[in-house]
Structure formats: C-alpha cells, structure tokens
Design a protein around this ligand. Structure first.
Ligand code: PMP
Length: 396
C-alpha cells in the first residue's frame, strides 16, 4: 500500500485530474440510492424495481446526449473510454471489411486507440499512423492526403491526455464527410471541459469516460451517429440484447446515473469550470516559470485543454521527482502507460529528446483545486528540484 498522509500531516495536493477526478459530492448523492434501495435490473421493466432502474438509465442517457448536443438514442453505455475506443475501431472496421481495409489515425493517440489499430493490422487491415508537429498537432491536410479509396475509418483524438493539445477535428471530419468515410474521435479529455456539439464537430463516433469529469470509474459512453444508412458496428461481446445488442451485459445502473449527473453538472458549470481551471493552470505555469526558469512547457501554447500543464525539467528524472515531491500528486507522462521506463510515445512523437522527455511531468488542474494549493505546490516543487539538483541551484 502507498503511504497515506498521517493525521497530523497536510493532505497531498491533488493535481492529477487528467488521470482521474474526484467524484463530485452531488454525483455521489445521485448514485447512492442505486447502490442501495433501487437495485432493480433495467432489463426487467415488467416490475417496478426494473422499471425504476430503466427510467433512471434513460434519464442519464438524455443528460449525456444533452451535453454533446446529440440524441439519446445515439448514446451507448460502456465500461469506459478504453472499451468505447475498442468498440468504435474494431466494431466499425470489422463491419466495413467488404468496403475497404484502410484506417487513418495519429501517433499520439491513447493506447486504447493505437492497440486496436495494431490488432487490426494483424487481421489484415492497413493503418496509417500520421506524425504530429512539435506541439503534438496533426495537419488536417495530412489526414486528407492519407485517405485512399480503401479508407473506411479515421480516428483522431479531440484533446491529448499528456500535453493537452487540441486537434482540428471539425476540419478533419469535413475531409471524411466529403469522401463518405467514418470519423471517430476520442474525446475523453475534452468532454465536460470544452463545449462539444457532435453536429458542429461532424464526427460519427465519439468516446468519453465518466471518471474524467467527476463521475465514477468503470463507466463510459460511445456516441454513434444515427444516419441513413445506419453505421454498422460489430459488437465486441455477445450474449444479451442490452444497448441494442451493440454492448450486451447488465447495465451498471448506479455508475450510469453517476455519468448522467456528472454530465448535467458539467453542462451547467462548463464556462465557470473552464475559467477557474484555466486561471489556476496559468497561475501554475507562471509561478513555475518564475522560480524554475529552465522549465519548458510542452504542447500547443493556445490550442490546448484548460486544465492540463505538461512541463519538462531538463536534467531531472521524472521518476525521482515523483518520489521526492511527495506532497503533490501529479502524472508521470501518460498515467495509463506508467510503470514503464520508456519515454512517452507522445513526447517522443513531438520530437522531444530523451533527456527532456524523461524529465517531463503532467499537472492536471481540476474543479476542486484552489489558488493556495497551486502556490504551495510550486513551493514544494522548487524544494524538490533543489534537493535533486543541489549543485545546480542557479540553473533552476
Ligand atoms: N482516452 C484518453 C485520451 C484517456 O485519457 C483515457 C484515460 N487515461 C482513456 C482513453 C481511457 O479511459 P478509461 O480510463 O475510461 O478506460
């Protein structure tokens, strides 16, 4: 077990909101009855227990749809964005095999997009993994040029989870629509943080996850556009009729209610949250620049998520920094691929040399952070760097 703070110690400052967010108290309150008295199975609406649960699931579906400007019948509940991405990519590719075998994506996608694409290569599909520029952005024209008559699917993330860079998905979708190619976006880091309208974006499929927007872990969604002819998707699982057969299995009612409540709250607080979180992120960035002048910020300077700050401390090992800076919780590269010593595939793709990549950490500012926490985190960060680089204080 990791060390938890002792009673007389200050709690660590949580700045890892890109990895996961705290459940909002109002989300927890909405979920609680469904872990207790309202335990019915929504697949059995013939009695009141089941009907109540089914109503709650449909209410949540409407709230999710509202946040995305979608229709509720376009939302499929999953176990999280990893499943949504797998379902979107494997499901549409396998169903469209007769039409073509080529997929276009980008090298900085989350592993839950890259790995299914690599899996499809082993099934005989061809995948183009497009490079990104030094900010982590792909040129929409590069996506257009990569499309061939065999292309069936393009998958480009809305916001990167390591550096926060936003992709020009609407422009990319325009190229796909013109060629009648499906376009999927992994919007896990963007939903609840930025206004999203699936029609304005022009995407056919969109993935997101509840635990990135103050909802519970283990629940996500896949938006699938209703259009004519219908988008065909081969399910990943078989054995039940739930979610139109696209995602069978008994629904996680409490979690789904939590996702709905989190989406409703995110919609109400979108502007306020983005304003708060980006001002705290700017404060963090400014203070770091003041006390640690050789720190380098990664990602696009403007086209980026409001709460994310990826910063490199050349000459410092991120792992050592994580151990030294015990009072602040932050991300080491991508939290999902943590545990390996390899420099992150995202930073490498952006052209960062090894020394800068391994000295990179990610702060994720969230709704519950305060200016005092930011200021304290920078003091602790500076102290930790001085301890790690005692002979090199002036360089800091
Ligand atoms: N995509 C992105 C961009 C992510 O940041 C994450 C979570 N790290 C995922 C997908 C996977 O989400 P989940 O944890 O819900 O499986």
């Amino acid at each position: 077990m990791p060390n938890l703070p002792r009673l007389n110690q200050a709690a660590p400052i949580y700045l890892d909101n890109a990895a996961s967010t705290q459940l909002d108290p109002s989300v927890l309150a909405a979920m609680a009855p469904f872990l207790d008295v309202h335990f019915g199975n929504p697949s059995n609406p013939s009695h009141d227990f089941g009907a109540y649960a089914a109503d709650a699931v449909e209410g949540a579906r409407e709230k999710v749809a509202l946040l995305l400007s979608a229709r509720s019948e376009e939302i499929v509940f999953t176990s999280g964005a990893t499943e949504s991405n797998n379902l979107a990519i494997l499901g549409t590719a396998r169903a469209a095999r007769v039409r073509g075998n080529h997929i276009v994506t980008i090298v900085t996608e989350h592993k839950s997009v890259l790995a299914p694409c690599q899996h499809l290569e082993r099934e005989g599909f061809q995948v183009t993994f497009l490079p990104v520029d030094k900010y982590g952005a792909v040129r929409p024209g590069a996506v257009r040029d990569a499309i061939t008559p065999q292309t069936i699917l393009v998958s480009v993330m809305l916001a990167n989870n390591e550096v926060g860079t936003l992709q020009r998905v609407a422009e990319i979708a325009g190229h796909c629509i013109a060629r009648d190619i499906l376009i999927h976006t992994d919007a896990t880091q963007a939903v609840g943080k930025l206004p999203i309208d699936v029609d304005a974006l022009g995407v056919d499929l969109l993935s997101a996850s509840a635990h990135k927007l103050y909802g519970p872990k283990g629940t996500g969604l896949l938006y699938i556009r209703r259009r004519s002819p219908r988008i065909r998707l081969e399910p990943l699982f078989f054995g039940g009729g739930q979610e139109g057969g696209i995602r069978p299995g008994t629904l996680a009612v409490a979690n789904i209610v939590g996702l709905g409540a989190a989406c409703e709250l995110a919609g109400e607080r979108l502007e306020a949250d983005a304003g708060l979180v980006s001002s705290l992120r700017d404060r963090l960035q400014d203070r770091i620049a003041r006390v640690i002048p050789n720190a380098v910020v990664n990602g696009h300077p403007d086209e980026r998520l409001p709460g994310l700050l990826s910063v490199s401390f050349p000459g410092v090992d991120g792992e050592a920094l994580a151990l030294t800076l015990a009072g602040v919780a932050f991300g080491r590269g991508a939290s999902c691929s943590a545990g390996t010593d390899q420099p992150s595939h995202v930073l490498t793709a952006m052209g960062l040399e090894h020394e800068r990549a391994v000295g990179t950490i990610r702060f994720g500012v969230g709704r519950f952070n305060t200016p005092a926490e930011i200021d304290r985190a920078v003091v602790l960060l500076h102290e930790a760097l001085c301890r790690l680089l005692p002979t090199n204080r002036t360089a800091l």
